[in-house]
Design a protein around this ligand. Structure first.
Ligand SMILES: [Fe+2]
Length: 245
């Protein structure tokens, strides 16, 4: 494990930093220095296993028209994990859509793409081969906690392809999905929710409010799958962990 991961750090992503991954790049003109979201990294560190971060993504300001940023909701940049490690999120506050996508060999050819919906106290497990970004589709700040192994991020793939394989657009009363034309193959989007299941039990996760993921700190053996997913490959599948909604 490299020491660089052990530093407590607050990183703010400005609207200007989102250049390259937005549906409408013109929307950031003159708003480059607005803070889009904040990540508090390495709040907890469990040696050899995983680290715990919190991300805060504000909603569009009350009274502002829908589609705050060129039609889009506030969202995170999107990334893959370079070493294919999985991740688990919990919604501490708010209402999230996660866009998760798994490519074939060519990152522009997506094999599977899903919207995982999660509200307060619900969890999201990202299998290691899935790129992911979080979208605040609610009216309040979206606050996320996550455990992940000691992985490097790949942001470049999202930048090259101008974001995820879909843009999630705020239609005011509706949520719309716009295919990203920079991808060569984009599958139909399916909507999922994490389900309580024997597979989820084995990962030490329950999708309810009495099992916050911060508690995994007290049982470091339950974080093993985040560091050694190869031992848990048969559990870390969409079919085992999710139900369609
Ligand atoms: Fe991640």
């Amino acid at each position: 494990m490299s020491g660089k991961y052990l530093i407590k750090d607050i990183s703010r992503r400005l609207l200007g930093d989102m250049r390259g991954v937005l549906f409408d790049e013109n929307a950031i003109e003159g708003r480059e220095s607005e803070i889009l979201y904040t990540v508090f990294r390495n709040i907890e560190i469990v040696e050899g296993k995983a680290r715990y971060d919190i991300t805060e993504i504000p909603a569009r300001p009350a009274g502002e028209p829908a589609g705050n940023i060129g039609g889009e909701f506030n969202k995170t940049f999107g990334h893959y994990h370079k070493n294919g490690l999985p991740e688990v999120y919990e919604i501490l506050e708010g209402h999230a859509y996660f866009l998760i996508q798994s490519p074939q060999n060519d990152p522009a050819e997506i094999k599977e793409a899903y919207i995982v919906e999660a509200e307060k106290n619900e969890k999201v497990v990202i299998p290691g081969n899935f790129g992911h970004l979080a979208i605040n589709v609610g009216k309040e700040t979206l606050k996320l906690a996550n455990w992940m192994g000691f992985a490097d991020y790949d942001y470049e793939t999202y930048k090259k392809l101008h974001g995820g394989c879909y843009y999630v657009l705020d239609g005011g009363q509706t949520i719309e999905f716009e295919q990203n034309k920079n991808y060569k193959i984009v599958p139909e989007l399916k909507k999922l929710k994490l389900k309580n299941s024997p597979a989820l039990d084995e990962l030490g996760i329950r999708n309810d409010k009495s099992h916050p993921i911060i508690d995994l700190k007290k049982h470091p053996e339950k974080l093993d799958w985040l560091a050694h997913p190869e031992k848990y490959r048969e559990l870390l599948t969409i079919e085992k962990l999710y139900r369609k909604i």
